[in-house]
Design a protein around this ligand. Structure first.
Ligand SMILES: *[C@@H]1O[C@H](CO)[C@@H](O)[C@H](O)[C@H]1NC(C)=O
Ligand SMILES: *[C@@H]1O[C@H](CO)[C@@H](O)[C@H](O)[C@H]1NC(C)=O
Ligand SMILES: *[C@@H]1O[C@H](CO)[C@@H](O)[C@H](O)[C@H]1NC(C)=O
Ligand SMILES: *[C@@H]1O[C@H](CO)[C@@H](O)[C@H](O)[C@H]1NC(C)=O
Ligand SMILES: *[C@@H]1O[C@H](CO)[C@@H](O)[C@H](O)[C@H]1NC(C)=O
Ligand SMILES: *[C@@H]1O[C@H](CO)[C@@H](O)[C@H](O)[C@H]1NC(C)=O
Ligand SMILES: *[C@@H]1O[C@H](CO)[C@@H](O)[C@H](O)[C@H]1NC(C)=O
Ligand SMILES: *[C@@H]1O[C@H](CO)[C@@H](O)[C@H](O)[C@H]1NC(C)=O
Ligand SMILES: *[C@@H]1O[C@H](CO)[C@@H](O)[C@H](O)[C@H]1NC(C)=O
Ligand SMILES: *[C@@H]1O[C@H](CO)[C@@H](O)[C@H](O)[C@H]1NC(C)=O
Length: 823
């Protein structure tokens, strides 16, 4: 089956219906309406809605192209374990493996959260000792799984707030030789630029602790929808030391709130049980691999929850290590958020926080919530973004696996094989050469190669690439700035432009495939070219790609670099003008009817085959399904013959076995149902990835082949293996059923095209519903195990100081490292 990139856009659209849930295509790997991306790593089913958060979680196939899926071991699958934690993706191969999150806003701030639950998935009873996480080319964290077997713990979370420089971000797991990296869940949440001003282009915040003081329900973990930013706030309380306060009134954010703590968190607070005591807690700095004494940022949230009597004052100081940290006294306002924080990180070994009432205060201090972050530098800049995206599209186009993961040039020891890069101190790295030789690559030479301006050598030898050299590259070869090697390469032949369906000239020239309100359905604008323009496009009809009865096909390039095939009608052609002009609308970019000259300009399809070509023919129908229902029959074969007095061109359909309605073949009387039949064949091709006629072991029609398997309920045996299970089974079933109905032998039993459209629409609606959260496929609870509340924030560990002696809250903080501690 041809790779999806060679399919015409409308075909992808249709396929999308089924793949949307599976996520093979980027389209599923998109943020939702809130800009959230929520990935259940290692999960292969369809997207599902998480019960507790109401967020839709996607399988990870569209974000990542390596690793293996695993389920955790049964004995670790506890009743309240979130669905995300029940499976994971591990990366036994390669040093660096990455998830690519796309469609972001360059320069915006994002919260990125990864979760890890080992659960003895590999039966080794030994989690990786350590591996590294990177955001882009900057070190993020090394999750520590050492308390994986804790009966109520084991869930490790890493979270960061970073400014993302590009319109994508890669989250990478790096094998440091101390065990196989794995990941259970990955979330991305956009934040307003103004939030968390301490997170800048040069500095990221790594979560150490995020605590909701004294929630009324001690197992309540606040997150989305209570927190619109889906931060996770863990309960924090100590009945012995602290009294609790709460209100049911809503707490408001202030104007230009820098942190927007959610009301649900701010509605509760702690205060010293003994009103003459202080609120005290501490945390210890935790060294990082490249930073033995990292800086810390603390944010303390205060709001008054009581309506005070006239004479009452609540005012307090916040002190760090015995010194006033915020010497101006804090007077929290009634039901109004306020936060006290340090703008630049402090670098200390120990942070003793004490909150004491001022001498004027008649009431003890309160505290509603705390966040503590360590800072990481994000000053490493990735490879030049143009080079990076060009190389990623080349990787995608050629399905290059190797170690082509993450940033192409950085860090140096993980740079992609067979690339060389230049490393300048002040500028982003550039790619200087690219060796793609001996890769059995097929298809065209991608124009993306010309988007690598610093590349001086490209080696394409030993592949079966076809088509011509994109003009950008050609220009650089000519001016001597590029050495393009393509030894052993066969000169490819152009898509065989067999004549297709006669069309109505007026219909063609007025049909708007680009119009409408749905941009995603924009295919091409039919453009009228002059003959002179064609000359320019084809560089004077320099390179002929093929020849047929109609005339010749030439290679060309539009102004924007799009490679096209220009099919110039020969004067001697027996083909009627209308037929010629009406061929294959969908991949047509435009046409020329300039005096005696007549030509069609097509999207160039270097990998085109007869099969794909014929599928294109049917594209007209599918387009119509989606947008122009009423005109389906008009554009079909039947109309062409019913309303056209031209003789039936014998080369149009008779020569394409497998697609042609058997009734039409027998009677030579085409009906609208002939189109339905052909359309059904195309649907089957889409689902199966098989040609219309299978040759092995003996010639069989795809209809027969699929019918047999589907009759046995074997949808997996029918669906294209390239989809790797990443599809919505219901949707594929539906499409397969429609296809079988369409290809019923007796035309009377076939549905009408309108029926087909309606049924496909149902498929679309199903997908829409699913995306909107009405899908009820999943039943298992995804409420995070409350007893893990504390294990959930992997990076921090709170410790109490009772009178003068500190004791760790081990029962409540099973998995984690170190962190702010109450005392
Ligand atoms: C994981 O479990 C699910 C549900 O039981 C199952 O469908 C899936 O095949 C399992 N995956 C692996 C890799 O074992
Ligand atoms: C992980 O945490 C445990 C327990 O706190 C500690 O002993 C171990 O050294 C840590 N491992 C790494 C690699 O930091
Ligand atoms: C406390 O919160 C948990 C988790 O949100 C919930 O399951 C439980 O029902 C709540 N308990 C009460 C008494 O509201
Ligand atoms: C409250 O704290 C003060 C000062 O630490 C102490 O003198 C007093 O006895 C405490 N009261 C109670 C009831 O524990
Ligand atoms: C923090 O407090 C503890 C106990 O109150 C004390 O021993 C320690 O010296 C303090 N550390 C700093 C840096 O002030
Ligand atoms: C509060 O604590 C600070 C720092 O320890 C101290 O300087 C100040 O005197 C205290 N204020 C009161 C009223 O106790
Ligand atoms: C305490 O009250 C006095 C008298 O009203 C005032 O002068 C002083 O500034 C107040 N102190 C603080 C810290 O607000
Ligand atoms: C590609 O194959 C050719 C011929 O076998 C060989 O000379 C060349 O070294 C190979 N290149 C690479 C990068 O393996
Ligand atoms: C196109 O296909 C026809 C029929 O299979 C064949 O005869 C012709 O040679 C092909 N033309 C090109 C340019 O491949
Ligand atoms: C520690 O504090 C508790 C109350 O907070 C008190 O009952 C106890 O006597 C104190 N112990 C010491 C040694 O001060």
């Amino acid at each position: 089956m041809a790779p999806p990139s060679s399919w015409p856009p409308w075909l992808l659209l249709l396929l999308l219906l089924c793949l949307a849930a599976g996520g093979i295509l980027q389209s599923d790997a998109q943020p939702d309406s809130k800009g959230f991306i929520s990935i259940d790593c290692g999960y292969t089913g369809t997207s599902y809605v998480d019960d507790s958060t109401t967020l839709s979680y996607s399988p990870d196939a569209g974000f990542n192209d390596a690793g293996t899926n695993h389920n955790i071991s049964g004995e670790y699958n506890r009743p309240l374990l979130s669905r995300r934690s029940q499976n994971l993706r591990s990366f036994p191969d390669g040093t660096r493996n990455c998830y690519t999150l796309r469609s972001l806003v360059s320069g915006l701030k994002y919260l990125i959260r990864a979760t890890f639950f080992y659960g003895n998935y590999d039966g080794l009873n030994q989690p990786p000792v350590s591996f590294d996480l990177y955001i882009g080319v900057n070190f993020w964290a090394s999750p520590n799984m050492s308390s994986w077997s804790d009966p109520t713990g084991g869930l490790v979370t890493a979270e960061a707030i970073v400014v993302v420089p590009d319109d994508f971000v890669q989250v990478c797991l790096v094998n440091t030789g101390a065990g196989t990296p794995f990941i259970s869940g990955l979330d991305l949440r956009p934040l307003k630029r103004t939030l968390y001003p301490q997170a800048t282009a040069a500095q990221g915040l790594v979560m150490f602790g995020r605590l909701n003081a004294a929630p009324t329900n001690k197992t309540y973990i606040a997150r989305y929808p209570d927190d619109p930013h889906d931060r996770i706030w863990y309960p924090w309380y100590d009945a012995e030391k602290w009294a609790e306060m709460s209100t049911t009134e809503r707490v408001q954010n202030i104007e230009n709130d820098l942190f927007e703590a959610p009301s649900a968190v701010m509605q509760t607070a702690i205060t010293p049980r003994n009103a003459s005591n202080n609120i005290e807690f501490y945390w210890d700095a935790k060294p990082k691999p490249n930073d033995p004494l990292p800086g810390y940022i603390a944010i303390m949230y205060f709001t008054e929850l009581q309506l005070l009597n006239g004479n009452d004052v609540r005012q307090f100081y916040v002190n760090l290590n015995g010194n006033p940290w915020f010497p101006a006294g804090v007077t929290p306002q009634y039901l109004s958020n306020s936060a006290t924080y340090n703008s630049s990180p402090s670098r200390l070994n120990r942070y003793n926080i004490s909150i004491n009432a001022t001498s004027n205060s008649t009431l003890p201090p309160i505290l509603n919530a705390v966040e503590v972050f360590s800072v990481i530098p994000t000053t490493n800049i990735g490879t030049d973004s143009q080079d990076a995206s060009a190389s990623m599209s080349i990787k995608a186009k050629y399905q290059v696996q190797k170690n082509w993961m993450g940033d192409p040039c950085l860090p140096k020891n993980m740079a992609w094989d067979r690339l060389t890069c230049s490393y300048a101190i002040d500028n982003p790295s550039r790619i200087t050469s690219m060796d793609l030789s001996n890769n059995s690559l097929t298809g065209s030479i991608p124009d993306a190669l010309s988007q690598l301006p610093s590349v001086t050598v490209i080696d394409l030898s030993g592949n079966q690439l076809s088509g011509s050299i994109p003009p950008g590259l050609l220009k650089r070869i000519e001016d001597g700035s590029l050495d393009l090697r393509r030894r052993n390469q066969q000169q490819g032949s152009m898509n065989n432009m067999t004549a297709v369906k006669p069309q109505d000239l007026e219909a063609m020239s007025t049909a708007s495939y680009g119009g409408g309100d749905d941009d995603s359905l924009r295919i091409v604008d039919n453009r009228r070219f002059t003959y002179k323009e064609l000359e320019m496009i084809t560089n004077g009809f320099q390179r002929m790609l093929g020849q047929g009865g109609f005339g010749r096909v030439y290679d060309g390039f539009l102004e924007d670099g799009t490679q096209v095939a220009v099919k110039l009608r020969s004067h001697a052609s027996s083909q009627g003008v209308k037929e010629f002009l009406a061929e294959n609308l969908v991949s047509m970019i435009g046409y020329c009817k300039d005096g005696e000259y007549m030509a069609l300009v097509y999207e160039y399809m270097a990998q085109g085959t007869l099969r794909e070509h014929i599928a294109d023919v049917k594209a007209t129908n599918i387009l119509l399904n989606a947008r122009l229902e009423a005109k389906i029959a008009d554009f079909g074969l039947s109309r062409a013959f019913n309303h056209d007095t031209d003789p039936i061109p014998t080369n149009t359909l008779v020569g394409t076995p497998g697609y042609v309605d058997p009734e039409y073949q027998a009677t030579m009387q085409p009906t609208t149902k002939s189109d339905v039949y052909s359309f059904g064949v195309v649907l089957l091709e889409l689902v199966t990835g098989m040609p219309a006629v299978l040759s092995d072991p003996e010639p069989t029609s795809i209809i027969h082949w699929a019918r047999q398997r589907l009759a046995r309920g074997n949808i997996e045996g029918v669906v294209d293996a390239c989809m790797r299970g990443a599809y919505d089974v219901n949707c594929v079933w539906k499409v397969a059923e429609i296809a079988l109905e369409c290809t019923t032998q007796a035309s009377a039993q076939r549905p009408t095209m309108a029926d087909v459209v309606a049924q496909l629409q149902e498929c679309i609606e199903l997908e829409k519903d699913r995306a909107a959260g009405f899908y009820t496929g999943g039943s298992s609870s995804s409420v995070d195990d409350p007893s893990w509340s504390y294990g959930g924030y992997a990076s921090g560990q709170f410790t109490y100081v009772s009178n003068s002696t500190a004791f760790e809250m081990e029962r409540r903080v099973p998995t984690v490292v170190t962190g702010p501690a109450a005392r």
